[in-house]
Design a protein around this ligand. Structure first.
Ligand code: ATP
Length: 290
């Protein structure tokens, strides 16, 4: 991604949209800040807070639409992927945390349980999809089934290589059913990951965040990068595109995901559902009860 100054009216979703074609992560600058309207870290909190009133209003419209039409109200699903320390948790706290928690459904995908393993890989994903009017957040996702599975050889290649097409079909089905996907790859550099892991080891209040598995996956960085490149290249459709969010600056990453959500909600052009009752009749009754 280039450092060019972008016109401020270009939507962020367009600036961060991964173009179709073969992906090379090395070509994407992890410390870039495309579309950020301010100067940098010092004013990031101000610009993130500035999104809040509109985000709240839009989220309420989304929720209200499901009260009026429970079957057909849209759903939004943010898929968060990234190497360890890329900041999935930080985004959930700082960006998604701006939204009314009653309108958000967060799901984290860990190592599959025995029951989950007995089913098709999309089984647990389907069960976790957001319901109408809700914003779903996937902290890891079905992409783990072509990432860690591929890197660690948890299934033979004949199995995982089929999954890219299955994921595309699944995501097309979601889109057709009114689930609006925002797929975000939080793109952190090898160097920034080092610094974040070192900070965890240096700080007793962060020791709990460190896992020895983190270093095992760091040792496999090139294999993960290759697996990410394959997933990003093969599963980047018009209806379910990827966004590459530069993630070396936490303040940018958090602002960017909040703004991507705001843009997506705005694009739904949600009105307010009309009253399903006679307003003057209800006013009359209220006056009687005053
Ligand atoms: P975070 O996601 O915030 O980094 P974490 O790494 O602390 O959380 P863990 O309890 O380690 O959370 O669970 C995530 C682990 O689950 C990761 O190592 C991930 O690779 C693994 N995982 C997720 N989905 C699958 C899957 N389908 N198959 C195998 N492993 C998976």
């Amino acid at each position: 991604m280039s450092h060019k100054k972008h016109h401020s009216t270009t939507p962020l979703s367009q600036l961060l949209r991964l173009p179709p074609g073969k992906v090379r992560l090395a070509e994407h600058d992890t410390s870039a800040t495309p579309g950020f309207p301010g100067k940098g870290k010092a004013d990031a909190a101000k610009f993130t807070a500035a999104i809040l009133p509109e985000l709240s209003d839009l989220q309420e419209r989304l929720y209200a639409s499901s009260q009026a039409d429970p079957e057909n109200a849209p759903k939004v699903l943010i898929v968060l992927q990234g190497m360890d320390t890329a900041g999935k948790g930080g985004v959930i706290r700082h960006s998604i945390g701006l939204v009314d928690p009653q309108g958000v459904q967060i799901r984290a995908f860990k190592v599959p349980t025995a029951e989950e393993r007995a089913h098709h890989f999309l089984w647990r994903i389907r069960k976790a999809l957001p319901t109408p009017g809700m914003i779903g957040i996937f902290d890891r996702s079905h992409y783990e089934d072509v990432l860690v599975v591929r890197v660690d050889g948890l299934f033979p290649e004949s199995e995982w290589s089929r999954r890219y097409a299955e994921i595309n079909e699944f995501e097309a089905e979601l889109a057709a059913n009114g689930t609006h996907l925002i797929k975000c790859m939080l793109n952190v550099s090898y160097g920034a990951q080092h610094d974040r892991l070192a900070a965890r080891l240096d700080d007793p209040t962060k020791h709990w965040k460190f896992s020895i598995d983190d270093l095992d996956s760091r040792a496999k960085w090139p294999a993960y990068a290759e697996a990410y490149e394959a997933a990003l290249t093969l599963c980047n459709s018009e209806t379910a595109p990827w966004h590459i969010v530069p993630a070396d600056h936490k303040w940018y990453r958090n602002w960017a995901v909040a703004e991507l959500l705001r843009e997506k909600l705005e694009s739904l052009q949600l009105g307010w559902p009309p009253a399903s009752y006679d307003i003057s009749e209800q006013k009359r009754r209220l006056a009687e009860l005053s």
